[in-house]
Design a protein around this ligand. Structure first.
Ligand code: SAH
Length: 292
């Protein structure tokens, strides 16, 4: 097909989102404090710098604040003096929702790639991230604070109402020993017996899931053998190509969201296909934290 046939000359319709009201307030800030109407919040020095110097917001300008528990609120910038910026919470924009219960377990990769992984997994709606130390993991130290900062920034930018939990690194053996056997753990395996990921996900009957990917050097054969022997493990394949570790983690997460997660839900106020939620969705318990 000639490449020009790929493009339409007609103007694309303008995008419309159910989150228009929340989006009207462009700047979103994650704050740790409880939020309620009338609360005054002192921004951190980094947020204060961002709001005043980068975005050049002035007293009276609106921002949105969220803390992962109390939903999203409109707040107004106040003149907090030379060194601090305060905002006063005004009214509720959205009530709290939870992300689907999907955990990404990944063998840590080098600095820029792990930052990318955390940022993109947050955008894709991951509930928690667990770095897993495997036989061939060659990243000795992780800067947890930096990873959390990336997760916070991505949550603010992607209009999430929560920040994913970033757990400390765990050894592969410890994590599988602690794993709740009721929850499937989809292990991305680039060799050996596997099921295509979508077929495996389609058979998944629980609302929660874990997705595990190996390091750049891959899993050791003994590790994959031991994982395959566990009743809650399903070894899955992400196509015929060998993906980089972070690509594999994000591809698996996208597949899970599309097949079992909240990508199936039509956006409110748009013409979705009206499909009823699947049994997995109905079973998802918003109060869950079953395997934290
Ligand atoms: N070094 C290995 C590749 C490791 S890729 C080699 O050259 O053979 C890093 C991780 O990404 C793997 O451990 C696996 O978890 C995941 N991965 C990469 N490609 C994959 C695929 N096609 N299917 C399933 N998992 C894959």
């Amino acid at each position: 097909m000639p490449i020009k046939n790929l493009f339409r000359l007609a103007a694309m319709p303008s995008a419309c989102s159910a989150r228009d009201m929340a989006k009207a307030v462009k700047t979103r800030l994650h704050i740790p404090e409880p939020i309620a109407a009338g609360t005054t919040v002192i921004l951190s020095p980094a947020q204060s710098h961002h709001v005043r110097t980068v975005l050049r917001l002035r007293p009276g300008d609106p921002v949105a604040v969220f803390n992962g528990r109390d939903g999203e609120w409109r707040a107004v910038v106040e003149d907090g003096g030379k060194h601090a910026t305060t905002v006063v919470v005004d009214r509720s924009l959205r009530s709290q929702t939870t992300e689907p219960d999907v955990t990404l377990l990944f063998a840590p990769v080098k600095r820029l790639r792990i930052d990318y992984l955390v940022e993109k997994a947050t955008e894709l709606g991951v509930a928690r991230l667990i770095p897993v130390l495997t036989a061939r993991t060659d990243v000795a130290r992780l800067n947890a604070e930096r990873l959390v900062a990336h997760a916070v920034a991505a949550a603010e930018q992607s209009h999430r109402l929560s920040v994913p939990r970033v757990l400390p690194p765990h050894r592969l053996k410890d994590i599988v020993d602690m794993w709740n056997p009721q929850i499937p753990l989809f292990v991305c395996a680039e060799f050996g017996p596997t099921r295509p990921i979508l077929a495996a996900l389609a058979d998944s009957t629980t609302g929660a899931a874990g997705l595990l990917t190996g390091p750049e050097g891959g899993f050791a054969e003994t590790e994959l053998d031991a994982l395959r022997a566990l009743p809650f493990v399903v070894a899955v394949r992400l196509g015929p190509r060998i993906l980089r570790a972070e690509t594999a983690a994000l591809a698996a997460l996208a597949c899970w969201q599309a097949c079992c997660g909240d990508w199936r839900t039509p956006a409110a106020g748009t013409d979705g296909d009206g499909a009823a939620p699947s049994p997995q969705a109905r079973r998802t318990d918003p109060q869950r934290e079953s395997h934290d």
